[in-house]
Ligand binder design. Structure first.
Ligand code: G1P
Length: 312
């Protein structure tokens, strides 16, 4: 039995989950009193890019952020602030007022995970908000500027009766122990794009997966990138999911159990399609990359770097 993406009225109606309850220890001391999700990439906080990406697939009309009560600033950011907008407008700063309005108007709601028990537990915290529908999960340390990764995953799902789909990408053998790694076989490609099994666009039927395996245990070189389109059944499985790697309730372990009941597919993506913001170095590089790609910032960025800066 596979899930179809239509609700009773025949319309699409889904939500996306963004886990954001982490402590942000990699960015201390910057994250001592400001959540890492609000670190800016150019003029927008990282999490806004992820929210905008999360809303891109057809039928997704809301985002649920799994937050902790320690980080109320994230909620403040997505709240409407009419007085501030009016003040900006009265000073002739209409474009900035529009930008502030846009952040406050995004369809974002919050649930809480005050006990960091793992990614699987974070996703489970949003169960009641999903209304029994399939949903996307987007990990927040990474965003895809063209917002097409989840859209492509949705296409693959539709080609396979609404099955769950995860994004994967090749990883060097010595890094498999940092990620979830899948087992499976290549069964085709999205829009006929890929010609090789591990090339961008290849579609795999997933037969197994393991969280943070050793090199010997790893069943393939394909790691789970942090974009998931999941059957609602995963929530029932997460309810009883025990601790796994690192003593945490792992989403990967619940997905492995889901494979006993439902089909699951993996879409091979190019991880460089997205921008990593998970470490200070990656975040700084992402700012540079986005500045160079933005016609309004590019020239000023190159000038600000100064002629003495030699890259490489
Ligand atoms: C999580 C997932 C893992 C995935 C990774 C991608 O791990 O558990 O399967 O490969 O995200 O970034 P974490 O980075 O939270 O340890």
């Amino acid at each position: 039995m596979y899930y179809h993406f239509m609700n009773h009225e025949g319309t699409l109606n889904m939500k996306s989950i963004i886990p954001a309850a982490g402590l942000g220890t990699r960015f201390l001391p910057a994250t001592k009193c400001s959540p890492k999700e609000l670190l800016p990439v150019l003029d927008k906080p990282v999490i806004q890019y992820v929210v905008e990406e999360a809303l891109e697939p057809e039928g997704v009309d809301a985002v649920v952020i799994v937050n902790s009560h320690e980080k109320p600033q994230i909620e403040s950011y997505f709240a409407e602030d009419k007085a501030f907008e009016d003040m900006l407008r009265s000073r002739g700063k209409g474009a900035l007022a529009d930008a502030v309005h846009e952040a406050g108007a995004l369809p974002v709601s919050f649930v809480y995970q005050d006990d960091p028990k793992g990614l699987g537990h974070a996703v489970y915290c949003a169960k009641d908000e999903m209304d029994g529908d399939p949903f996307f999960v987007l990990l927040g340390d990474y965003f895809v500027p063209d917002r097409q990764m989840c859209v492509n995953m949705q296409k693959v799902s539709r080609e396979h009766n609404g099955a769950s789909v995860i994004a994967v990408a090749p990883v060097p053998a010595d890094q498999v122990n940092r990620y979830g790694i899948i087992a499976g076989e290549c069964v085709g490609s999205l829009d006929g794009a890929a010609t090789a099994d591990e090339e961008e666009g290849a579609v795999w039927k997933v037969t197994g997966m393991v969280e943070k395996p050793s090199v010997e245990e790893a069943p393939s070189h394909l790691f789970i990138v942090g974009r998931y389109l999941l059957s609602p059944r995963i929530m029932d499985l997460l309810a009883t999911q025990g601790k796994g790697a690192g003593g945490e309730i792992q989403l990967t372990d619940a997905m492995l159990r889901l494979l006993d009941e439902e089909e699951m597919y993996a879409l091979v993506v190019d991880p460089d399609q997205g921008c990593d913001t998970g470490t200070p170095a990656a975040w700084a590089a992402t700012n540079a990359r986005m500045a160079l790609a933005d016609p309004a910032q590019r020239a000023a960025f190159i000038e600000a770097l100064g002629k003495d800066v030699k890259l490489g």
